[in-house]
Design a protein around this ligand. Structure first.
Ligand SMILES: [Zn+2]
Length: 91
């Protein structure tokens, strides 16, 4: 028996799927995280010395929030393939 095809987005069974690419995070901008990312500064110096202000940010916002902000950034910039029905792919 053939495995039933379901849309990655609406999870409805469909006969035909189309491949598309989407960012892992598609929700609205989270201002708090955007703010942290805006304030993040990293600089590389010769001799592989790397300096950033992560300690300052962690002191200001808390390590957990800073962690989540970077995860959010990563998800926004990671694009994965998605198999979707005709209705979803046009959205
Ligand atoms: Zn769908």
């Amino acid at each position: 028996m053939e495995k039933e095809k379901t849309c990655d987005r609406c999870h409805q069974p469909v006969s035909e799927l189309n491949k598309t690419y989407r960012a892992m995070y598609e929700g609205p901008e989270i201002e708090e995280y955007e703010q942290i990312l805006d304030e993040y500064i990293s600089e590389a110096y010769p001799g592989e010395i790397w300096e950033d202000n992560i300690n300052e940010l962690e002191a200001k916002y808390g390590p957990e929030k800073v962690d989540k902000a970077f995860l959010y950034d990563q998800l926004c910039n990671t694009v994965g393939s998605s198999w979707e029905c005709v209705d979803c792919i046009c959205k």
